[in-house]
Design a binder for this molecule. Structure first.
Ligand code: 5AD
Ligand code: SF4
Length: 475
């Protein structure tokens, strides 16, 4: 609390110091990263800055970086070249935050080759951003604010959300799993869960502001409170509800049940769970909680038991398929989405075919496909059997083709059915149409929409299917 009050004083000082200032923020990562960007925006807007998409007229440009895959690095360095010109022209402040700044070799690269950067900070020091910015403005000196240890979760940072219907709420930070390809445990630290009362209060507030869909975020949401439990902490938290009732939360399953009770919220999603922690109580909670969407994101990564072992995923191909079967038996209408990496070190043609086999069996609604990217400091980076780039790309294309065939096939099954669609607003691609999503996250475009419908869940008949959207008719 004290820390936040101190930061508040810096926010006020910045606000009093300058008028008509503008900021731009470039977010380069996952939804957790986007959630951090909403906090950076919150801080800057409280300090009197106004958002602009035009980098050339911003007084401060913030990069919120990611380091999960190499392409995020390429994007950052490309953009830094562009903003250097603005810095030379109007002296704007350049700040770089996010996971990439936790990597020592990246800190070094920025300091040596991009000396015009004013502030570097990490996800653990985001809370100090007002102080860092103030010092950069007043003292005109380079600020480096990176913490190697796991930052504690700080409540009360102001947040500005772009969307008015859907909001993300972080429930935990960090990861204990150390999948051998992944840099996240090194940059985000160990798992730490937020207090359920803080999560509850945040969602209640969002509901009061008119938000309808909540996505609970974490690197490993279904081990919510598990790390605390294993350290012997008492995790039987009593949450005070709006109506004065008390509800005990001691796991992800109980948290889901609590959030499901919040009035005004229509849909609840969560990303990402880990298959190894998908316990029966979580499945039962999803089944029993009406608002929890029956689309489960269940990262596969690879369909080969050998590769899964080498990835340190802690499940086999059969265990994954059995889990899918179990979930389907308890929740017959359930659909799945997933993450898959192709070209992990040592992946043979047979291993890749196992991945295709799982994809054909599960018939995912959505697949996020990634070409394996070497990350300095991870175990997989040191493996000698790296896969040739051409083979990686060829496998990626084959997987993409299969995924598209399945999506097309599944889209057809929607035609003629009635679906509940949460209306989000006007379609970005066709201004005559409004757009929304089914609870399985399919985009539905429809005619005859109006402003009053935004935020409402409306029944629609699906009249046609297209690769990336369905067309609906209001019932
Ligand atoms: N290379 C490619 N994809 C990766 N992911 C994580 N690390 C890597 C990597 N080194 C993918 C995983 C994860 C998603 C968020 O990013 O599929 O689930
Ligand atoms: Fe990375 Fe694995 Fe943790 Fe996900 S579970 S953040 S892939 S280490």
């Amino acid at each position: 609390m004290k820390q936040i009050q101190m930061q508040d004083t810096y926010i006020k000082k910045i606000k009093n110091m300058q008028k008509n200032k503008k900021y731009s923020i470039l977010t380069m990562g996952c939804q957790l990263n986007e959630n951090d960007s909403e906090r950076i925006s919150g801080i800057l807007e409280e300090a009197g800055y106004e958002k602009t998409e035009d980098l050339s007229c911003a007084n401060i440009i913030v990069f919120n970086t990611c380091c999960v895959r190499e392409n995020a690095e390429d994007r950052l360095f490309g953009k830094l070249g562009e903003v250097k010109k603005y810095k030379e022209k109007n002296g704007c402040i350049i700040a770089i935050g996010g996971c990439m700044m936790q990597e020592k070799h990246m800190q070094r690269k920025i300091k040596e080759s991009y000396q015009f950067v004013d502030i570097i900070f990490g996800p653990h020091t985001l809370k100090n951003f007002p102080e860092d910015l103030y010092k950069s403005i007043i003292e005109n000196k380079k600020i480096e604010d990176i913490l190697d240890i796991d930052g504690e979760i700080i409540e009360g940072i102001p947040t500005v959300r772009e969307d008015k219907i859907k909001a993300s709420v972080t429930i935990m930070n960090g990861c204990n799993n150390f999948c051998t390809y992944c840099i996240v445990p090194y940059v985000r630290g160990r798992e730490r869960s937020r207090h359920p009362q803080d999560i509850y209060n945040e969602v209640v507030n969002l509901a009061k502001q008119g938000y309808k869909e909540i996505t609970l975020l974490g690197q490993n949401v279904n081990s919510y409170l598990v790390s605390e439990k294993s350290k012997g902490e008492d995790v039987n938290f009593i949450v005070k509800e709006e109506n004065g009732n008390e509800y005990e939360v001691n796991s992800f399953a109980t948290l889901l049940r609590l959030i499901n009770k919040i009035k005004g919220i229509e849909r609840i999603r969560f990303i990402s769970p880990h298959p190894k922690d998908f316990t029966d109580d979580v499945i039962d909670s999803i089944r029993d909680s009406k608002k929890v969407c029956k689309l489960i994101h269940l990262p596969l990564q690879s369909g080969s038991t050998e590769i899964l072992k080498s990835m340190n995923r802690k499940y086999t191909k059969e265990e994954y398929l059995n889990l899918v079967k179990k979930i389907k038996s308890k929740i017959p209408e359930v659909e799945f989405s997933t993450d898959i990496i192709v070209g992990f070190p040592g992946e043979t043609e047979k291993d890749f075919e196992d991945t295709l086999d799982v994809v054909s069996k599960v018939k995912y609604e959505q697949i996020y496909m990634f070409i394996y990217s070497r990350r300095v400091g991870t175990k997989a980076d040191k493996m000698e059997n790296q896969i040739d780039e051409d083979i990686k790309h060829e496998r990626f294309e084959r997987l993409k083709k299969l995924a598209e065939n399945i999506i097309e096939e599944k889209n057809k099954t929607y035609v003629g059915k009635e679906e509940l669609v949460l209306v989000e607003g006007k379609s970005k691609t066709n201004k005559q149409m409004y757009t929304g999503r089914t609870q399985t996250n399919k985009v539905v475009n429809f005619e005859g929409g109006s402003k009053q419908m935004i935020g409402k869940v409306l029944p629609m008949k699906i009249i046609s299917e297209h690769m990336w959207y369905l067309k609906g008719k209001i019932c």
